[in-house]
Design a protein around this ligand. Structure first.
Ligand code: VG1
Ligand code: CO
Length: 542
């Protein structure tokens, strides 16, 4: 019943910031998905008889690849596969299932916030036994294997019924089709004060949750409408669609603008939140207040003890390097450890496992904690509602009071998408060459104090990750960071992160782009962005 199939390797299966992401037609090439999945298995040891969790964000091609993965897991010798009903598991829910049931690891099928459909994006990611994304050591091994692979094994059986909860045997392996929502909802109920949030909502506080036609719909329906009593319709776009209704399931001011506008309108809801394709990102908006993800991390950390799951306090905070230093000020005040990691959730895993940190965050609308090993969109939304319910203040009051206490880190990210790859690489190379000459130089009133290419030394396993983003630091704590995206699927995306610290509360009400305008000009000057990319403005500003 086990078939060995001869295959030829592909040379482009290098996992990026978060797994392998390509257009569907690339994934649909002969044996492309099979090669990558077999390369994952070939890079692992000791999984015979153990459990593998499989699930995805429901995008186009999800079901096809799940069928392949289940049959290949059987052929590889896994003892059991747990798969979400309908092939659905949000990224944080998959992480939870891996941890809760002591699985060996998991395969998460997602291209996150990237659009879905026959010509759009697909992705495969491997998560290890702690529930988190595989560290670079493993992703490097998978890539190396994928370049020489010449055969894969698959159980030669009919497709399984993904839609019926239950368990059955498949070529000697047990398959369990599980409710994708139950374990996750139960975990959230343990971490947060559901009765306080329920009372807040019952008291007339109106929430609008936008699942953006992606995976969080069923989770949000269960949690907000069923368990927390929000009126029907509070969760929008709650049916996961293979093409997300044609939208970018990316919760930010550009792609979730409708929700933002609604919350900002006088009759609109008091609180809005959105999630991305696979449910690990979040956007939080209160009336008259958009919460930047960097601020969200800082405010969650500062208020963590209001939530029952964090009542004992947090052990430390980690943020990706480009994320603003707002959380650093909270860590300092609370006397907590603060860690700065490269972009991508895989770098938080060791710190969380070692108990060095409890909460982590990225500027890219990602926040999470040690409850799983992925960022978690609905977790962040519930945390905010818990804070609002406990402090009996609006989102805007909570944010402005936080700034008054700690100062405000004005922050924005400018993305130049689908730039010519050679032009983008050329820009980065030129910038690297310039680095030694920058310190001491002044650009208008901004004086460079340091400039480097960020390297991370993992304090837990000693591994070193180089070239993780170019930072230019200015006097007074302002900075500009440049890096190329590792999740895009066409051309290159240049990300420019701009940050300025302002201690004076009288100056906390300035428009963000205005507050950062001199740094934005200097960023262009230092990196020669316009000339090298041929663009006169960013494609997306968040
Ligand atoms: C982006 C974000 C990064 C995030 C990654 C995966 O990576 O910047 O912070 O961890 O996406 O998130 P990059 O390399 O494109 O900048 V998700 O929600 O796409 O899994
Ligand atoms: Co995501």
């Amino acid at each position: 019943m086990i078939k060995t199939v001869a295959t030829a390797p592909y040379q482009d299966q290098k996992p990026g910031t978060s797994g392998l992401r390509k257009k569907v037609p690339v994934f649909a090439q002969e044996n492309y998905a099979e090669n990558f999945i077999q390369s994952i298995f070939d890079s692992l040891e000791g999984f015979q008889g153990k459990t593998l969790v499989i699930g995805g964000d429901g995008r186009y091609y999800n079901r096809e690849v799940i069928q392949k993965a289940v049959k290949m897991a059987a052929a590889a010798g896994f003892g059991k596969v747990m798969v979400g009903q309908g092939g659905i598991l949000s990224t944080p829910a998959a992480s939870n299932v891996i941890r809760k049931y002591g699985a060996f690891g998991g395969i998460v099928l997602s291209a996150s916030h990237n659009p879905g459909g026959p010509t759009e994006d697909f992705g495969i990611k491997y998560n290890i036994g702690n529930g988190g994304p595989a560290p670079e050591k493993i992703t490097d091994a998978i890539f190396a294997r994928s370049k020489v692979i010449d055969e894969y094994k698959i159980a030669d059986v009919a497709d399984i019924d993904l839609d019926k909860i239950g368990s059955f045997d498949l070529a000697g392996m047990k398959v369990e089709v599980i409710d994708p929502v139950a374990d996750y909802a139960e975990l959230m109920e343990k971490l947060f004060d559901f009765s306080a949030i329920r009372a807040l909502i019952a008291g007339g506080f109106r929430v609008a949750i936008d699942s953006m036609g992606a995976v969080t719909g069923p989770y949000a329906n269960e949690i907000f409408e069923k368990r927390l009593g929000a009126p029907e319709g509070s969760v929008r776009n709650s049916t996961p669609l293979p093409d997300f209704g044609g939208h970018h399931p990316d919760p930010n001011l550009v792609h979730a603008k409708e929700l933002y506008d609604d919350v900002m309108s006088p009759q609109g809801p008091d609180f809005g939140a959105a999630s991305d394709g696979d449910g690990d990102r979040n956007m939080v908006v209160g009336k008259d207040m958009f919460v930047t993800p960097s601020d969200s991390l800082a405010i969650i950390a500062a208020n963590a003890t209001v939530a029952p799951g964090y009542a004992k306090g947090i052990s430390g905070i980690a943020r990706s390097m480009p994320t603003s230093a707002a959380a650093d000020r909270v860590a300092e005040k609370l006397g907590l450890g603060m860690y700065e990691t490269p972009t991508g959730w895989k770098f938080f895993g060791n710190l969380l496992d070692a108990g060095k940190v409890t909460v982590c965050g990225e500027e890219s609308f990602g926040t999470g904690s040690d409850h799983v090993r992925e960022k978690d969109g609905l977790w962040a939304v519930l945390f905010w509602l818990n804070i609002v319910a406990a402090r009996k203040k609006s989102v805007a009051e909570i944010v402005t009071q936080h700034w008054a206490e700690y100062g405000r880190n004005y922050y924005s990210r400018h993305d130049y998408e689908e730039v010519d790859t050679d032009a983008a690489n050329g820009l980065v190379t030129a910038l690297r060459e310039k680095l030694p000459s920058l310190p001491g130089q002044s650009f208008g009133s901004l004086k460079v104090t340091a400039a480097d290419d960020f390297a991370y030394h993992d304090p837990v396993d000693g591994s070193v990750s180089k070239n993780q983003g170019i930072r230019v630091l200015f006097e007074g704590g302002s900075r500009v960071v440049f890096r190329l995206s590792g999740t895009g699927t066409s051309g290159a995306t240049l990300r420019v992160y701009v940050e300025r610290y302002e201690a004076d509360p009288a100056k906390h009400g300035i428009d963000t782009q205005e507050a950062l305008s001199d740094l934005i000009t200097v960023a262009d000057e230092i990196a020669d962005i316009r000339k090298r990319t041929g663009r006169d403005k960013p494609s997306v500003i968040t």
